[in-house]
Ligand binder design. Structure first.
Ligand SMILES: *Cc1c(COP(=O)(O)O)cnc(C)c1O
Length: 387
């Protein structure tokens, strides 16, 4: 059997036609596709504003800046995430800290957050922004976090990079609870533009600030200018922004992909359910489900149950890779990275994230995965767990 990756993009003829049409058009960047993609993404997520940017790392950075994060600010996130969830605060000169995860959902624990906030209030070290991560596509405990945000006065920047189209308490992720949400369109994610990101928010001022920072902090409309323009050529720089724009090629691809989001979700959900059944008898902890939320199933991550299986994770991983199965591990806890250790973090600080990581394995999951391939993954895994 050919190599089976843990994730693979689905690009069809409509996607190719959409990108080709842009190549033949007048605008390769700053044309009509990007605002259309924003409007359609906002509509699909039931949110007032969506701002497209070059990738989700930049989206997190700009959203932090738009929330006023800077030197002296404190930002907390989940250690069980990709590096960007924490790096975005460091880009702004802020101080980063972590909140340990819930062992079942693998998302930031709302009770650990509540506990850490009580302590921070006593010490006068409350955070300005908290970044929960919808790990594997399962929305975080956003309602509990909203209540804490209102009580302690921080803003919620949801890293929904895994969670395009996921739902929480009957609403699409990105539409409620968080002050802003960030989505990734990297090739391995739910919807892809090769590289790309989006910030969604119900707050017009926040959306406007991200738009400003996306393009050099520059405005071109007279109504927005601080000074009376000398002529129609005048543009004004009002903040220190960046070039974080999405190209027309990417936006056209995103629009085309977004049309298939319901089908792609249905495939992922069916495969996840199939894994749940096929893996039930193995010494594994399967992903948690919660009745009040729908995962987008970016990842199907299992945890080898050490109490029932003595085979080291590294051996299981290698056995699957040797069989041409592209398992992966999500995530090495951010605070254990050398760079973060140099900032003073130590292994042992966030034990639930570390315990999960030690036994974690992400199995192949993408819309085009066939039942036969999935059976092959399960059979190979079952054998590896016995070895
Ligand atoms: C992929 C990812 C990012 C970064 O996304 P890019 O679009 O690759 O910059 C950030 N956070 C999480 C949780 C991710 O999985």
């Amino acid at each position: 059997m050919a190599f089976i990756p843990y994730s693979r993009q689905q690009v069809d003829d409509d996607d190719i036609a959409a990108v080709t049409a842009v190549l033949r058009s007048e605008f390769l960047t700053q044309g009509p596709q990007q605002p259309l993609f924003e409007a359609e993404f906002a509509a699909a997520h039931g949110v007032a504003h969506a701002v497209a940017v070059s990738n989700a790392t930049v989206a997190l950075h700009l959203a932090c800046l738009a929330m006023g994060v800077g030197p002296g600010s404190r930002v907390w996130t989940s250690p069980n995430s990709f590096l960007a969830s924490a790096n975005c605060a460091l880009y702004c000169g802020a101080q980063v800290d972590f909140v340990d995860i819930d062992a079942h959902t693998r998302n930031m624990s709302a009770s650990a957050l509540a506990h850490k906030l009580e302590q921070a209030e006593r010490e006068g070290t409350l955070p300005q922004v908290v970044i929960p991560v919808d790990f594997a596509g399962l929305p975080a405990d956003l309602r509990e976090m909203r209540a804490l945000a209102d009580r302690y006065g921080f803003r919620i920047l949801e890293d929904a990079s895994h969670a395009t189209g996921a739902r929480y308490l009957g609403l699409p992720v990105g539409s409620a609870w968080a002050d802003a949400s960030v989505f990734s369109f990297h090739a391995v994610k739910i919807v892809t533009t090769a590289e790309g990101g989006m910030v969604t928010t119900q707050d017009p001022a926040l959306a406007e600030r991200v738009r400003l920072l996306r393009s050099h902090g520059m405005v071109r409309e007279a109504a927005q200018m601080e000074q009376v323009p000398e002529g129609p050529w005048v543009y004004e720089q009002q903040a220190l922004g960046y070039n974080a724009r999405m190209t027309e090629l990417q936006a056209a691809l995103g629009r085309s992909q977004l049309r298939r989001l319901p089908q792609m979700h249905a495939h992922r959900e069916a495969l996840a359910e199939r894994y749940d059944g096929l893996l039930a008898a193995l010494p594994l902890r399967r992903p948690a489900r919660r009745a009040d939320r729908l995962s987008s199933w970016h990842l199907y991550a299992v945890e080898i149950d050490a109490a029932r299986c003595a085979v080291p994770r590294a051996r299981v991983f290698q056995a699957l890779r040797d069989a041409q199965i592209g398992v992966n591990v999500h995530y090495i806890p951010i605070h254990t990275q050398p760079y973060y250790r140099r900032l003073g973090f130590r292994p042992g600080q966030f034990p639930a994230a570390e315990a999960y990581y030690a036994q974690a394995l992400s199995l192949p999951l993408f819309p085009m995965l066939s039942d036969g391939e999935q059976d092959h993954v399960v059979a190979t895994l079952a054998k590896a767990l016995q070895a």
